[in-house]
Design a protein around this ligand. Sequence first.
Ligand code: MTE
Ligand code: MO
Length: 372
Amino acid sequence: DPYADDPIRHPALKVNSQRPFNAEPPPELLTENYITPNPIFFTRNHLPVPNLDPDTYRLHVVGPPGGQSLCLSLDDLYQFPKHEITVTLQCAGNRRSEMTRFKEVRGLEWSAGAISTARWAGARLCDVLAQAGHQLSETEAHVCFEGLDSDPTGTAYGASIPLARAMDPEAEVLLAYEMNGQPLPRDHGFPVRVVVPGVVGARHVKWLGKVSVEPEESYSHWQRRDYKGFSPCVDWDTVDFDSAPSIQELPVQSAITQPKDGETIESGEVTVKGYAWSGGGRAVVRVDVSLDGGLTWQVAELDGEEQRARKAWAWRLWQLQAPVPAGKKELNIVCKAVDDSYNVQPDTVAPIWNLRGVLSNAWHRVHVHVAP
Ligand code: MTE
Ligand code: MO
């Protein structure tokens, strides 16, 4: 069993698949803290978790022609300036189960918990690439990452990002060796993973073994044959994966974590809580909440750290306290966020449904009963 050596996990996690391990925190724990505690940070593994020895670990960085390839130990990585940032990581499949309910899709049944936030620390990728002699002159190039996890045929997990993002110090792409002040937990990439702020989780390659600059995107299955969006009219017989760009920056997202769907709430006052985030460093400027399915709206209060302009890498938590409208036996609670490009979430799943169930960011809806 290639999974026999996987780590022990926190019992509160809702498991979507045991082998490979995929799990999300329950909603009430997800937004209890602005920073997600490591043991309940969502986990998305495609393969068995490698068990790497920090003393013999090496990161291979391929240099350009005429440059210098690097073979870095953990101690070597610690010599680069240490950079620490708060970043929210979201899987492209977050909230897929809502798409499935509309029409069947292929993929893990994530609820709204395939998203979490941590303080990440490590070396900046741009510093490491510069040391190997890379420059931004290779304008159309991509930085390819390979994990040290692999399938029985020896194929490793891989993904890539544009070189322009990797070389931009303002983009703050990290080779992270710390998560919330601790060495990375095994499930989250021990000893080193990539953190690409504002970009889909799939590019944050864990158990990083190799970095190279290539003229083309990674040839990995997960870069080319997965993690792409399509029209609702495309099905598995007609899909042409080469016709769509790989997902990089994610669209604006928000979800309700309290109350829970199907719950019975007290009459009087209701507290609605949730999270909101957008890709590409776009800040959340507003979260609107409706108690009547979207007919009337109220503006939620934003909590958590203030976001930096163009570098809003981490989510906002939000809440709304409101009187329960008199005489109501049930409420249809809805939330939607607005980012600083005034991007909004679509009201329903129908126009964004896609066969792989990615990019699921319709208004989030929770139906509750009101105690008599
Ligand atoms: N890196 C490797 N090596 N193997 C993987 O399976 N999964 C990716 C990414 N990096 C993956 C990986 C996907 S799809 C996501 S959403 C994130 O890791 C999840 O990171 P987490 O498990 O730390 O939450
Ligand atoms: Mo993912």
